[in-house]
Write a protein that binds this ligand. Structure first.
Ligand SMILES: [Cu+2]
Length: 491
Protein backbone atom coordinates (compact mmCIF):
# COMPACT_ATOMS: atom_id res chain seq x y z
CA UNK A 1 0.00 0.00 0.00
CA UNK A 2 2.86 2.41 0.78
CA UNK A 3 4.16 1.65 -2.69
CA UNK A 4 0.77 2.46 -4.15
CA UNK A 5 0.72 5.82 -2.38
CA UNK A 6 4.27 6.45 -3.53
CA UNK A 7 3.40 5.80 -7.14
CA UNK A 8 0.49 8.25 -6.94
CA UNK A 9 2.80 10.90 -5.51
CA UNK A 10 5.28 10.13 -8.26
CA UNK A 11 2.50 10.53 -10.81
CA UNK A 12 1.51 13.90 -9.34
CA UNK A 13 5.11 15.05 -9.42
CA UNK A 14 5.57 13.98 -13.02
CA UNK A 15 2.42 15.73 -14.12
CA UNK A 16 3.53 18.89 -12.36
CA UNK A 17 0.83 18.68 -9.73
CA UNK A 18 2.01 18.60 -6.16
CA UNK A 19 -0.22 17.38 -3.38
CA UNK A 20 0.15 20.82 -1.82
CA UNK A 21 -1.15 22.52 -4.95
CA UNK A 22 -4.22 20.32 -4.89
CA UNK A 23 -4.69 20.88 -1.15
CA UNK A 24 -5.51 17.22 -0.85
CA UNK A 25 -4.04 14.82 1.63
CA UNK A 26 -3.53 11.17 0.61
CA UNK A 27 -6.62 10.36 2.69
CA UNK A 28 -8.77 12.68 0.59
CA UNK A 29 -7.27 11.45 -2.67
CA UNK A 30 -8.28 7.88 -1.92
CA UNK A 31 -11.40 8.52 0.09
CA UNK A 32 -13.42 6.11 -2.02
CA UNK A 33 -10.81 3.46 -2.52
CA UNK A 34 -11.02 0.30 -0.46
CA UNK A 35 -7.28 0.57 0.13
CA UNK A 36 -7.57 3.95 1.84
CA UNK A 37 -5.61 4.14 5.07
CA UNK A 38 -7.59 4.63 8.25
CA UNK A 39 -6.87 7.61 10.48
CA UNK A 40 -6.30 5.17 13.33
CA UNK A 41 -5.80 1.43 13.58
CA UNK A 42 -6.53 -0.31 16.84
CA UNK A 43 -5.29 -3.85 17.46
CA UNK A 44 -7.11 -5.80 20.16
CA UNK A 45 -4.50 -8.26 21.33
CA UNK A 46 -2.97 -10.03 24.29
CA UNK A 47 0.28 -8.59 25.57
CA UNK A 48 2.68 -8.81 28.48
CA UNK A 49 2.69 -5.55 30.41
CA UNK A 50 5.39 -4.75 32.93
CA UNK A 51 3.70 -2.65 35.61
CA UNK A 52 6.79 -2.72 37.85
CA UNK A 53 10.17 -4.47 37.61
CA UNK A 54 9.45 -8.20 37.37
CA UNK A 55 5.75 -7.56 37.91
CA UNK A 56 4.37 -8.60 34.54
CA UNK A 57 0.72 -9.00 33.65
CA UNK A 58 -0.76 -10.78 30.69
CA UNK A 59 -3.91 -9.05 29.53
CA UNK A 60 -5.89 -8.02 26.45
CA UNK A 61 -4.76 -4.56 25.34
CA UNK A 62 -5.13 -1.99 22.61
CA UNK A 63 -1.99 -2.08 20.44
CA UNK A 64 -0.03 -4.05 23.03
CA UNK A 65 0.21 -1.11 25.38
CA UNK A 66 -1.44 0.07 28.59
CA UNK A 67 -3.36 2.28 28.42
CA UNK A 68 -4.26 2.17 24.73
CA UNK A 69 -2.83 4.96 22.56
CA UNK A 70 -4.19 8.48 22.99
CA UNK A 71 -6.50 9.09 20.07
CA UNK A 72 -6.83 12.71 19.02
CA UNK A 73 -9.73 13.63 16.82
CA UNK A 74 -10.75 17.00 15.42
CA UNK A 75 -14.23 18.17 16.35
CA UNK A 76 -16.49 17.86 13.34
CA UNK A 77 -13.91 16.18 11.08
CA UNK A 78 -14.89 12.72 9.89
CA UNK A 79 -12.53 9.95 10.95
CA UNK A 80 -12.02 6.35 9.91
CA UNK A 81 -10.85 3.75 12.42
CA UNK A 82 -9.87 0.17 11.66
CA UNK A 83 -10.32 -2.19 14.60
CA UNK A 84 -8.52 -5.52 14.27
CA UNK A 85 -9.37 -8.21 16.77
CA UNK A 86 -6.50 -10.68 17.22
CA UNK A 87 -8.30 -12.59 19.98
CA UNK A 88 -10.67 -15.57 19.91
CA UNK A 89 -13.47 -13.52 21.46
CA UNK A 90 -15.83 -11.23 19.50
CA UNK A 91 -15.33 -7.73 20.87
CA UNK A 92 -17.14 -4.42 21.23
CA UNK A 93 -15.21 -1.14 21.30
CA UNK A 94 -17.28 1.62 22.88
CA UNK A 95 -16.68 5.32 22.16
CA UNK A 96 -17.60 6.54 25.60
CA UNK A 97 -19.09 10.03 25.82
CA UNK A 98 -19.53 10.52 22.09
CA UNK A 99 -22.71 11.31 20.23
CA UNK A 100 -22.43 8.68 17.50
CA UNK A 101 -24.74 6.21 15.74
CA UNK A 102 -25.67 2.81 17.17
CA UNK A 103 -23.70 1.18 14.35
CA UNK A 104 -20.51 2.77 15.70
CA UNK A 105 -21.17 3.22 19.43
CA UNK A 106 -19.89 -0.20 20.48
CA UNK A 107 -22.68 -1.82 22.50
CA UNK A 108 -24.19 -5.13 21.40
CA UNK A 109 -27.38 -4.19 23.29
CA UNK A 110 -27.86 -1.29 20.86
CA UNK A 111 -27.15 -3.50 17.87
CA UNK A 112 -23.55 -2.51 17.11
CA UNK A 113 -22.01 -5.41 15.14
CA UNK A 114 -19.24 -7.25 16.96
CA UNK A 115 -15.64 -7.02 15.81
CA UNK A 116 -15.38 -10.73 14.95
CA UNK A 117 -12.85 -12.98 16.67
CA UNK A 118 -9.72 -12.89 14.49
CA UNK A 119 -11.50 -10.43 12.25
CA UNK A 120 -11.88 -6.71 11.77
CA UNK A 121 -14.27 -3.80 11.35
CA UNK A 122 -13.83 -0.42 9.74
CA UNK A 123 -15.93 2.39 11.14
CA UNK A 124 -16.34 5.97 9.98
CA UNK A 125 -17.89 8.68 12.11
CA UNK A 126 -17.70 12.35 13.01
CA UNK A 127 -16.24 12.61 16.52
CA UNK A 128 -18.24 14.87 18.85
CA UNK A 129 -18.68 16.60 21.23
CA UNK A 130 -15.20 18.06 21.78
CA UNK A 131 -13.27 17.31 24.95
CA UNK A 132 -11.92 14.39 26.91
CA UNK A 133 -13.62 11.08 26.00
CA UNK A 134 -12.37 7.50 26.04
CA UNK A 135 -12.66 4.10 24.44
CA UNK A 136 -13.05 0.76 26.15
CA UNK A 137 -14.43 -2.73 25.67
CA UNK A 138 -18.14 -3.14 26.22
CA UNK A 139 -18.18 -6.91 26.56
CA UNK A 140 -19.97 -8.60 29.41
CA UNK A 141 -17.46 -10.27 31.73
CA UNK A 142 -19.80 -11.99 34.19
CA UNK A 143 -17.71 -14.27 36.35
CA UNK A 144 -14.74 -14.17 33.92
CA UNK A 145 -12.29 -11.75 35.47
CA UNK A 146 -9.95 -11.58 32.51
CA UNK A 147 -12.76 -10.34 30.24
CA UNK A 148 -14.47 -6.99 29.73
CA UNK A 149 -13.11 -4.03 31.60
CA UNK A 150 -11.11 -6.26 33.95
CA UNK A 151 -8.74 -6.47 30.97
CA UNK A 152 -6.45 -3.70 29.75
CA UNK A 153 -8.83 -2.52 27.02
CA UNK A 154 -9.02 1.17 27.87
CA UNK A 155 -7.56 4.27 26.25
CA UNK A 156 -8.04 8.05 26.23
CA UNK A 157 -9.63 10.07 23.43
CA UNK A 158 -9.25 13.81 23.02
CA UNK A 159 -11.48 15.61 20.56
CA UNK A 160 -9.81 18.92 19.80
CA UNK A 161 -12.31 21.75 20.17
CA UNK A 162 -12.60 24.41 17.51
CA UNK A 163 -11.86 26.96 20.25
CA UNK A 164 -8.93 26.75 22.67
CA UNK A 165 -10.13 25.36 26.03
CA UNK A 166 -7.92 27.38 28.40
CA UNK A 167 -4.54 28.74 29.41
CA UNK A 168 -1.99 26.07 30.29
CA UNK A 169 1.61 25.15 29.54
CA UNK A 170 1.22 21.48 28.87
CA UNK A 171 -1.22 18.61 28.99
CA UNK A 172 -0.81 15.32 30.82
CA UNK A 173 -3.17 12.38 30.37
CA UNK A 174 -3.49 9.95 33.27
CA UNK A 175 -5.38 6.65 33.13
CA UNK A 176 -6.08 4.95 36.46
CA UNK A 177 -6.47 1.18 36.39
CA UNK A 178 -6.37 -1.84 38.74
CA UNK A 179 -5.42 -5.44 37.99
CA UNK A 180 -5.59 -8.94 39.36
CA UNK A 181 -9.14 -8.96 40.73
CA UNK A 182 -10.35 -11.33 43.42
CA UNK A 183 -13.74 -11.82 45.01
CA UNK A 184 -14.83 -11.45 48.58
CA UNK A 185 -18.22 -11.83 50.21
CA UNK A 186 -19.60 -8.40 50.95
CA UNK A 187 -17.49 -5.31 51.59
CA UNK A 188 -18.26 -1.64 51.10
CA UNK A 189 -17.30 0.90 48.51
CA UNK A 190 -16.19 3.97 50.48
CA UNK A 191 -18.60 6.88 49.99
CA UNK A 192 -17.34 9.25 52.63
CA UNK A 193 -16.29 11.89 50.11
CA UNK A 194 -19.74 12.29 48.59
CA UNK A 195 -21.77 15.44 49.16
CA UNK A 196 -24.62 15.97 49.77
CA UNK A 197 -24.52 12.94 52.04
CA UNK A 198 -28.16 12.87 53.22
CA UNK A 199 -29.87 9.55 52.60
CA UNK A 200 -33.55 8.99 51.89
CA UNK A 201 -35.39 7.39 54.82
CA UNK A 202 -37.81 5.32 52.75
CA UNK A 203 -35.09 4.04 50.38
CA UNK A 204 -32.94 3.09 53.33
CA UNK A 205 -35.77 1.25 55.10
CA UNK A 206 -36.67 -0.61 51.90
CA UNK A 207 -33.06 -1.59 51.13
CA UNK A 208 -32.22 -2.66 54.65
CA UNK A 209 -35.41 -4.72 55.01
CA UNK A 210 -34.68 -6.53 51.72
CA UNK A 211 -31.11 -7.28 52.80
CA UNK A 212 -32.21 -8.45 56.23
CA UNK A 213 -34.80 -10.81 54.71
CA UNK A 214 -32.15 -12.30 52.38
CA UNK A 215 -29.66 -12.91 55.18
CA UNK A 216 -32.42 -14.38 57.36
CA UNK A 217 -33.05 -16.98 54.61
CA UNK A 218 -29.44 -18.06 55.01
CA UNK A 219 -28.03 -16.25 51.97
CA UNK A 220 -24.42 -15.10 52.32
CA UNK A 221 -23.45 -11.58 51.24
CA UNK A 222 -23.08 -11.22 47.46
CA UNK A 223 -19.60 -11.05 45.91
CA UNK A 224 -17.59 -7.85 45.73
CA UNK A 225 -14.36 -7.44 43.80
CA UNK A 226 -10.98 -6.19 45.03
CA UNK A 227 -7.56 -5.86 43.36
CA UNK A 228 -3.93 -6.62 43.99
CA UNK A 229 -2.22 -4.14 41.65
CA UNK A 230 -2.93 -0.45 41.07
CA UNK A 231 -1.50 1.57 38.18
CA UNK A 232 -1.44 5.01 36.60
CA UNK A 233 -0.55 4.99 32.90
CA UNK A 234 0.25 1.30 33.18
CA UNK A 235 2.81 1.61 35.96
CA UNK A 236 2.67 1.14 39.72
CA UNK A 237 3.67 4.16 41.80
CA UNK A 238 7.40 4.77 41.66
CA UNK A 239 8.00 2.50 38.66
CA UNK A 240 7.04 4.76 35.77
CA UNK A 241 8.40 7.98 34.36
CA UNK A 242 7.61 10.88 36.71
CA UNK A 243 5.58 13.82 35.43
CA UNK A 244 8.32 16.44 35.06
CA UNK A 245 7.22 20.00 35.74
CA UNK A 246 8.71 23.46 36.13
CA UNK A 247 8.07 25.92 38.92
CA UNK A 248 5.28 28.32 37.91
CA UNK A 249 3.94 26.11 35.13
CA UNK A 250 0.23 25.45 34.67
CA UNK A 251 -0.26 21.78 33.89
CA UNK A 252 -3.60 20.57 32.54
CA UNK A 253 -4.29 17.05 33.77
CA UNK A 254 -6.84 14.94 31.92
CA UNK A 255 -7.61 12.13 34.35
CA UNK A 256 -9.62 9.05 33.45
CA UNK A 257 -10.76 6.44 35.93
CA UNK A 258 -10.46 3.36 33.71
CA UNK A 259 -11.40 0.96 36.51
CA UNK A 260 -13.89 -1.82 35.94
CA UNK A 261 -15.43 -1.29 39.35
CA UNK A 262 -13.67 1.19 41.63
CA UNK A 263 -14.08 4.81 42.64
CA UNK A 264 -10.83 6.70 43.16
CA UNK A 265 -9.61 9.75 45.01
CA UNK A 266 -6.52 11.68 43.99
CA UNK A 267 -4.53 14.41 45.72
CA UNK A 268 -1.20 16.18 45.21
CA UNK A 269 0.20 17.44 48.54
CA UNK A 270 0.63 21.21 48.69
CA UNK A 271 -1.27 21.82 45.43
CA UNK A 272 -4.86 22.40 44.42
CA UNK A 273 -6.76 21.36 41.31
CA UNK A 274 -8.70 23.91 39.30
CA UNK A 275 -11.42 21.72 37.79
CA UNK A 276 -12.28 23.09 34.35
CA UNK A 277 -14.18 20.15 32.84
CA UNK A 278 -16.07 17.07 33.99
CA UNK A 279 -16.40 14.13 31.60
CA UNK A 280 -14.80 16.37 28.98
CA UNK A 281 -17.44 19.10 29.20
CA UNK A 282 -16.34 22.55 30.41
CA UNK A 283 -18.01 23.37 33.76
CA UNK A 284 -19.86 26.69 34.23
CA UNK A 285 -17.88 27.48 37.39
CA UNK A 286 -14.24 26.31 37.35
CA UNK A 287 -13.28 25.86 40.99
CA UNK A 288 -10.17 25.04 43.03
CA UNK A 289 -10.43 21.85 45.10
CA UNK A 290 -7.83 20.09 47.29
CA UNK A 291 -8.57 16.62 45.92
CA UNK A 292 -10.47 14.81 43.20
CA UNK A 293 -13.05 12.10 43.56
CA UNK A 294 -13.62 10.19 40.37
CA UNK A 295 -16.10 7.40 39.76
CA UNK A 296 -15.70 4.49 37.37
CA UNK A 297 -15.52 5.90 33.80
CA UNK A 298 -15.59 9.52 34.94
CA UNK A 299 -13.07 12.03 33.64
CA UNK A 300 -11.79 15.19 35.26
CA UNK A 301 -9.79 17.89 33.51
CA UNK A 302 -8.02 20.11 36.03
CA UNK A 303 -5.22 22.66 35.94
CA UNK A 304 -2.55 22.49 38.63
CA UNK A 305 -0.34 25.51 39.14
CA UNK A 306 3.07 24.15 40.01
CA UNK A 307 3.93 26.48 42.89
CA UNK A 308 5.31 24.12 45.54
CA UNK A 309 8.67 22.76 44.36
CA UNK A 310 9.70 19.28 45.39
CA UNK A 311 9.23 15.65 44.45
CA UNK A 312 5.68 14.63 45.27
CA UNK A 313 3.34 11.69 45.07
CA UNK A 314 0.07 12.40 43.34
CA UNK A 315 -1.90 9.52 44.76
CA UNK A 316 -5.01 7.94 46.12
CA UNK A 317 -6.01 9.04 49.60
CA UNK A 318 -6.62 5.39 50.52
CA UNK A 319 -3.23 4.37 51.94
CA UNK A 320 -3.67 0.74 51.01
CA UNK A 321 -4.42 1.48 47.34
CA UNK A 322 -1.61 4.04 47.09
CA UNK A 323 0.85 1.64 48.73
CA UNK A 324 -0.15 -0.97 46.15
CA UNK A 325 0.60 1.36 43.26
CA UNK A 326 -2.15 3.96 42.82
CA UNK A 327 -0.08 7.07 42.32
CA UNK A 328 2.43 8.84 40.11
CA UNK A 329 5.48 10.96 40.95
CA UNK A 330 5.44 14.69 40.17
CA UNK A 331 9.00 15.97 39.92
CA UNK A 332 10.00 19.62 39.72
CA UNK A 333 13.04 20.50 37.60
CA UNK A 334 16.23 20.57 39.67
CA UNK A 335 14.66 18.64 42.54
CA UNK A 336 15.46 15.10 43.58
CA UNK A 337 14.96 12.73 46.49
CA UNK A 338 12.30 10.38 47.73
CA UNK A 339 8.80 11.36 46.61
CA UNK A 340 6.80 12.85 49.47
CA UNK A 341 3.21 12.17 50.47
CA UNK A 342 1.07 14.11 52.93
CA UNK A 343 -2.51 13.43 53.85
CA UNK A 344 -4.91 16.11 52.58
CA UNK A 345 -7.37 17.98 54.76
CA UNK A 346 -10.87 16.45 54.87
CA UNK A 347 -12.95 17.45 51.88
CA UNK A 348 -16.29 16.51 50.35
CA UNK A 349 -16.85 16.22 46.62
CA UNK A 350 -20.00 17.89 45.36
CA UNK A 351 -20.68 18.20 41.62
CA UNK A 352 -22.72 21.34 42.36
CA UNK A 353 -19.49 23.18 43.28
CA UNK A 354 -18.85 23.44 39.58
CA UNK A 355 -22.35 24.67 38.69
CA UNK A 356 -23.35 28.27 38.25
CA UNK A 357 -24.96 29.37 41.52
CA UNK A 358 -28.62 30.22 41.20
CA UNK A 359 -29.13 28.84 37.70
CA UNK A 360 -32.18 26.66 37.17
CA UNK A 361 -32.64 23.91 34.60
CA UNK A 362 -35.64 24.18 32.28
CA UNK A 363 -38.62 21.94 33.03
CA UNK A 364 -38.57 18.60 31.21
CA UNK A 365 -41.26 17.49 28.77
CA UNK A 366 -41.50 14.20 30.61
CA UNK A 367 -40.02 12.53 33.72
CA UNK A 368 -39.11 8.86 34.03
CA UNK A 369 -38.91 7.33 37.49
CA UNK A 370 -36.34 4.64 38.15
CA UNK A 371 -35.68 2.65 41.31
CA UNK A 372 -32.42 0.71 41.60
CA UNK A 373 -32.43 -2.37 43.83
CA UNK A 374 -30.11 -5.20 44.81
CA UNK A 375 -31.17 -8.82 45.03
CA UNK A 376 -28.50 -10.09 47.42
CA UNK A 377 -26.35 -12.97 46.07
CA UNK A 378 -29.21 -14.02 43.75
CA UNK A 379 -27.10 -14.95 40.68
CA UNK A 380 -24.84 -17.81 41.75
CA UNK A 381 -23.40 -15.72 44.56
CA UNK A 382 -23.35 -12.46 42.59
CA UNK A 383 -25.81 -9.70 43.45
CA UNK A 384 -28.57 -9.30 40.90
CA UNK A 385 -29.45 -5.69 40.07
CA UNK A 386 -32.83 -4.39 38.96
CA UNK A 387 -34.24 -1.17 37.55
CA UNK A 388 -37.94 -0.86 38.47
CA UNK A 389 -37.90 -4.53 39.47
CA UNK A 390 -36.47 -5.85 36.20
CA UNK A 391 -32.96 -7.22 35.64
CA UNK A 392 -31.58 -6.85 32.08
CA UNK A 393 -31.09 -10.30 30.46
CA UNK A 394 -27.58 -11.56 31.26
CA UNK A 395 -26.72 -12.26 27.64
CA UNK A 396 -25.11 -9.02 26.34
CA UNK A 397 -27.80 -9.05 23.62
CA UNK A 398 -30.63 -6.77 22.59
CA UNK A 399 -33.82 -6.69 24.67
CA UNK A 400 -37.03 -4.70 24.24
CA UNK A 401 -36.62 -1.03 25.18
CA UNK A 402 -38.21 -0.02 28.48
CA UNK A 403 -38.36 3.76 27.96
CA UNK A 404 -39.49 5.56 24.83
CA UNK A 405 -38.21 8.91 23.60
CA UNK A 406 -39.42 11.42 21.05
CA UNK A 407 -36.74 13.31 19.19
CA UNK A 408 -36.23 16.87 20.39
CA UNK A 409 -37.97 16.42 23.74
CA UNK A 410 -36.27 17.03 27.08
CA UNK A 411 -36.43 14.18 29.59
CA UNK A 412 -35.72 13.94 33.28
CA UNK A 413 -34.58 10.71 34.91
CA UNK A 414 -35.52 10.62 38.57
CA UNK A 415 -33.25 7.92 39.97
CA UNK A 416 -33.84 6.38 43.39
CA UNK A 417 -31.13 4.14 44.75
CA UNK A 418 -32.66 1.57 47.12
CA UNK A 419 -29.26 -0.05 47.73
CA UNK A 420 -26.39 0.84 50.03
CA UNK A 421 -23.91 0.80 47.12
CA UNK A 422 -22.81 3.80 45.13
CA UNK A 423 -23.45 3.60 41.37
CA UNK A 424 -21.64 5.41 38.55
CA UNK A 425 -24.59 5.71 36.17
CA UNK A 426 -23.90 6.12 32.44
CA UNK A 427 -26.09 7.06 29.50
CA UNK A 428 -24.81 6.20 26.03
CA UNK A 429 -24.80 8.50 23.00
CA UNK A 430 -26.12 11.55 24.89
CA UNK A 431 -24.87 14.10 27.42
CA UNK A 432 -26.99 14.88 30.45
CA UNK A 433 -27.33 17.79 32.85
CA UNK A 434 -27.23 17.28 36.61
CA UNK A 435 -30.45 18.82 37.93
CA UNK A 436 -30.93 17.40 41.43
CA UNK A 437 -28.44 15.85 43.84
CA UNK A 438 -29.98 14.21 46.92
CA UNK A 439 -32.84 16.71 46.97
CA UNK A 440 -30.81 19.82 46.11
CA UNK A 441 -31.43 21.43 42.73
CA UNK A 442 -28.55 22.32 40.46
CA UNK A 443 -28.02 23.17 36.79
CA UNK A 444 -25.43 23.61 34.10
CA UNK A 445 -23.06 20.69 34.80
CA UNK A 446 -23.05 18.39 31.75
CA UNK A 447 -21.81 14.83 32.14
CA UNK A 448 -22.16 11.28 30.86
CA UNK A 449 -21.53 9.47 34.17
CA UNK A 450 -22.92 10.46 37.58
CA UNK A 451 -22.32 8.79 40.92
CA UNK A 452 -25.54 8.10 42.77
CA UNK A 453 -24.83 7.49 46.46
CA UNK A 454 -26.28 4.69 48.57
CA UNK A 455 -29.98 5.33 49.45
CA UNK A 456 -29.85 8.64 47.59
CA UNK A 457 -31.86 10.26 44.84
CA UNK A 458 -30.47 12.01 41.80
CA UNK A 459 -32.04 13.67 38.78
CA UNK A 460 -30.50 14.15 35.38
CA UNK A 461 -32.00 15.78 32.28
CA UNK A 462 -31.17 15.13 28.66
CA UNK A 463 -32.44 16.14 25.26
CA UNK A 464 -33.32 13.26 22.94
CA UNK A 465 -31.11 14.40 20.06
CA UNK A 466 -29.51 11.19 18.77
CA UNK A 467 -32.10 8.68 17.49
CA UNK A 468 -31.60 4.96 17.94
CA UNK A 469 -31.38 2.47 20.76
CA UNK A 470 -29.61 3.98 23.75
CA UNK A 471 -28.15 2.00 26.60
CA UNK A 472 -28.36 3.22 30.18
CA UNK A 473 -26.41 1.32 32.82
CA UNK A 474 -24.35 1.32 35.94
CA UNK A 475 -20.70 1.45 34.82
CA UNK A 476 -19.57 -0.82 37.66
CA UNK A 477 -18.82 -3.99 35.65
CA UNK A 478 -20.13 -6.28 38.37
CA UNK A 479 -23.40 -4.35 38.44
CA UNK A 480 -23.96 -3.92 34.69
CA UNK A 481 -23.16 -7.59 34.05
CA UNK A 482 -25.75 -8.74 36.55
CA UNK A 483 -28.82 -6.83 35.44
CA UNK A 484 -28.15 -3.11 35.96
CA UNK A 485 -28.97 -1.97 32.41
CA UNK A 486 -31.96 -0.75 30.47
CA UNK A 487 -32.62 0.44 26.92
CA UNK A 488 -34.26 3.61 25.60
CA UNK A 489 -35.61 3.81 22.08
CA UNK A 490 -36.98 6.58 19.89
CA UNK A 491 -40.60 6.36 18.80
CU1 LIG B 1 -23.73 0.05 40.18
Amino acid sequence: MDGFLESRREFLRKTGLTAGALLLSPKNLFANAAEAAADYTIHIKAAAIEIAPNQILSTITYNGQLPGPLIRFQEGREATVDILNHTDTPEQLHWHGQKVSTDVDGAAEEGTPYIPANGQRRITFTPNPSGFRFYHTHNRAGANFSAGQYSGQVGPVYIEPKENPGRYDHEVFLVLKEFDPTLSRGGDMPQNFLSPSATDKLLKETGEATMKASLAKGMPHGYEVGYKFFTINGRMLGHGEPVRVKHGERVLFHILNGSATEIRSLALPGHSFEVIALDGNPVPNPTHVPMLWIGTAERISAIVEMNHPGVWIMGDLADDDRNHGMGIVIEYGGRSGKPQWKTSPAFRWNYAQFAKAGSIAPDPDETFDMTFAKDNAAEEGFNRWTINGVAYPMSNEMAPASFHLKQGKRYRLRMRNASDDIHPIHLHRHSFELTNLAGIKTAGVMKDVVMVGGYQQCEIDFVADNPGLTLFHCHQQLHMDFGFMVLFDYV
